[in-house]
Design a protein around this ligand. Structure first.
Ligand code: GLA
Length: 752
């Protein structure tokens, strides 16, 4: 809901139980006033402090206006500070002003949202409020991922800011989601002058929160260790996370949050921003000289510039803004519901996800028609529903030194072609899926021989090889057109119902500062066209595991290979952190062989299975190499997954252990627990994982949350009934773990 009033004017964006308030001060400055629990009568004078005491810069404003604001901020008559206080003055310190889209050259020396080099070389701008309009529906940025097919009626607020000297116009777009505490925000920068300008920085969002005792939350890591949750206190200055390699990256998820110091899983305020974008990003929190907090995210300005000719516009990616006043659970609830209801393509909303058997850790590059058919047959016995033929299937691909770009089957490995291979897989009762890495080319390939100039790089320099491959320049329309045709032919050549889309290296050199963003626009055109042409195909994203797992990817591909890490213990941490943003059914989670191929650890089959079960469940092993007992466990867990997958993709995901939420800085936790609670709390499944056995262990209680205290919950398997209040106050009893890497689960149904 968008409420407006003429006082300023003032805008109150009501998104479920939250309010996001902006107001125009003095007819000129569009200021951020408030973001938090819903308020219905926001008074900008009570919300916006017009501070005049700052860092040696201030400008004159109307004394009446200053007086109206100041009366809310005066000390009581008798107090010491009142006696010392001078009468309110009519100056305004831009360094303290919460501009909704801060710009360079306006006296605000914190991180600007906008930085433009004008034709005369100056980088000074001044954005003045020019008007607003309320548009029906979800108006998104051109060529970039956004919500499509909104599930409910919605409206977009557009606020225009003008720079009268340069002729630049910035239009800020806001979409408050009616029944979620989520606001989508992006900006359009239009050049209405007669000369070109260069955009050096254009944030998707920027806003200022008042000083508070707070922590910064980020999701960080590396390849095979993505999105580990980190929490650290706010410090003076800037704390930021970013990526520079052409993708959102393994190192830092495109996300940052400020959590009040007391926030935990259930309680406390959290404010977050996360881009719907898969390219270079920067997410930052800046604490200013008085403790005020700036939250900002957008395309990484490092290495970026955009030439904007007269009459043209530049759109930033959209940011997803979430406020939770119920801690990290509220934060992940909001993100999960947003992804499920608004971001997934319509075809894949409310759809169960199949059990995948992927060939990679079973055979690596050594795949062929017989192996694929054999895997499919054995996969059927453990409950697999799709056989995904990973890397190694195309012409000449015996290792990672060649053939990327030549997307035809290897005649030696698949003498009867892919259609026949798919047929054999279907004969075994499974669907057929295929791995591709279309953005890449091997120097030893037919494609490279034909088009060596299609590779992205800096003029006059040899591009750096990584994993023996080069990156195609998707910023060039002819490259995207070629890939569209090649992939359309490939996907029509056999019964392919599943595609795993990989991307296995960073971009190093570029022809110029626009190249990385142009690459993303090309990639999004490719994805958009392809998913429209093949609406029934289920696309899984991948980038060396989770190197491009973000809302930009999920807008096209409703699931992502969470990480190349398949060890159960490591996965528990990765899934725990990832669950702040992504719903479980979007996170590929496969049971692999032991000793684990990444860390060499051997964990029991049940623990591997249960670690993956509530997510996008599948296998990454050769079942014929597992023992009969292990195969029985796998088959049983597949059945359990199929019985419960609707619960997993529609329920609330709750993290129970470690108890303090994202706080892994304190060291490696010993155990994890989570649960999925179905609609109306009628059914839930609780998972518990212990790492190492503890000496002299006497067991302990796992306290649950999110239950109905007045209800009773039945555990059929154990033939007992629990009291809801007791489960939340005392918990489920966990007997001492015998041996390392143990796990347990409970399925509880509410008694009528
Ligand atoms: C990447 C992916 C793996 C696998 C290999 C194939 O590393 O993350 O799952 O597909 O590529 O080369």
């Amino acid at each position: 809901m968008i409420q407006t009033n003429d006082h300023g004017p003032t805008f109150n964006l009501v998104a479920e139980n939250t309010s996001y308030v902006m107001s125009v001060v003095g007819g000129v400055h569009l200021c951020h006033a408030y973001w938090g629990p819903r308020i219905d009568r926001p008074d900008p004078e009570q919300l916006i402090l017009l501070d005049s005491r700052s860092n040696m810069v201030s400008e004159e404003i109307d004394p009446d206006l200053a007086g109206r604001h100041h009366r809310f901020w005066r000390a009581p008559k008798e107090s010491l500070s009142d006696r010392r206080q001078k009468p309110p003055d009519n100056r305004l310190a831009p360094d303290r002003l919460a501009r909704e889209y801060p710009f360079e050259g306006g006296g605000d020396h914190r991180e600007p949202g906008l930085r433009v080099r004008h034709a005369d070389g100056s980088t000074t701008s001044r954005l003045i409020y020019a008007g607003y309009e309320i548009l029906d529906g979800a108006a998104g940025p051109e060529g970039l991922p956004y919500v499509s097919d909104p599930p409910e009626e919605c409206r977009t607020l557009r606020i225009d800011l003008d720079d009268p000297v340069s002729g630049l116009q910035v239009s800020l777009h806001y979409l408050p989601l009616p029944s979620l505490p989520v606001i989508l925000r992006w900006a359009r920068i239009r050049n209405r002058s007669t000369v070109a300008v260069e955009i050096l920085r254009a944030a998707s969002m920027s806003l200022d929160l008042p000083a508070m005792n707070a922590d910064v939350i980020t999701l960080d890591g590396a390849w095979i260790r993505e999105r580990i949750a980190h929490r650290r206190p706010l410090r003076p200055g800037v704390q930021s996370v970013e990526s520079r390699g052409g993708a959102s990256g393994h190192q830092h998820a495109p996300f940052i949050a400020v959590a009040d110091g007391e926030a935990g899983e259930e309680t406390g305020g959290v404010w977050s921003t996360s881009l719907i974008y898969s390219g270079n990003h920067r997410h930052l929190v800046e604490t200013d000289q008085f403790g005020g907090i700036r939250l900002q995210s957008g395309i990484n300005p490092s290495g970026f510039a955009w030439n904007l000719p007269p009459g043209e516009a530049f759109d930033t990616p959209a940011a997803v803004l979430v406020h939770s006043s119920s801690g990290f659970t509220g934060l992940s609830d909001a993100h999960h519901r947003f992804v499920r209801r608004w971001l997934f393509r319509k075809d894949w909303r409310d759809r169960d996800r199949p059990v995948v058997l992927n060939t990679w850790e079973a055979h690596y590059f050594d795949v062929d028609a017989d192996r694929v058919a054999g895997l499919a047959r054995r996969g059927a016995e453990i409950g697999a529903e799709v056989l995904v033929l990973d890397d190694g299937w195309f012409d000449g691909r015996i290792d990672d030194t060649k053939a990327l770009g030549d997307w035809t089957p290897d005649p030696g490995k698949f003498p009867d072609g892919l259609a026949k291979a798919a047929e054999e897989v279907r004969r075994a009762g499974l669907e057929f899926g295929l791995w591709v890495e279309p953005e890449m080319v091997s120097p030893r390939s037919r494609l490279f021989d034909r088009h060596p100039d299609w590779v992205i790089g800096a003029p006059g320099r040899d591009p750096v090889l990584a994993r023996n491959q080069l990156v195609l320049d998707l910023g060039r329309p002819e490259v995207v057109d070629h890939l569209l045709e090649t992939l359309s032919t490939l996907l029509s050549s056999a019964a392919v119902s599943y595609v795993k889309w990989d991307m296995n290296r960073n971009i190093v050199e570029t022809p110029g500062p626009e190249a990385m963003h142009r690459y993303m626009l090309g990639l999004y055109r490719l994805w958009r066209t392809l998913v429209r042409r093949f609406p029934k195909v289920l696309f899984e994203g991948c980038a060396g595991g989770g190197g491009r797992f973000d809302f930009g990817s999920l807008a096209f591909m409703p699931q992502f290979w969470t990480s190349d890490q398949t060890d159960a213990l490591e996965r528990q941490r990765i899934q725990f952190g990832s669950s702040l943003l992504f719903p479980p059914e979007s996170m590929g989670a496969h049971v692999s062989a032991v000793p684990n191929h990444q860390v060499g650890r051997s964990t029991p089959p049940e623990t591997r299975g249960l670690t993956a079960l509530a997510f996008n469940f599948g296998f990454e092993l050769d079942p014929s190499k597992a023992s009969d007992e292990d195969r029985r466990v796998f088959a049983r867990l597949s059945e359990l997954y199929k019985a419960k997958r609707s619960l997993f993709r529609s329920g609330r995901f709750l993290r129970f252990l470690p108890r303090r939420g994202p706080s892994f800085d304190e060291g490696r936790p010993e155990h994890h627990a989570w649960a999925v609670i179905g609609p109306e709390g009628r059914e839930l499944m609780v998972f518990y994982f212990a790492a190492l056995a503890q000496p002299n262990d006497h067991g302990f209680h796992l306290r649950l949350r999110g239950l109905d205290a007045g209800a009773r919950y039945r555990d059929e398997e154990r033939n007992v009934e629990f009291d809801g209040a007791v489960l939340m106050a005392r918990g489920l009893w966990l007997p001492p773990a015998e041996g390392d890497y143990r796990s347990a689960y409970w399925i509880l149904t509410k008694s009528p």
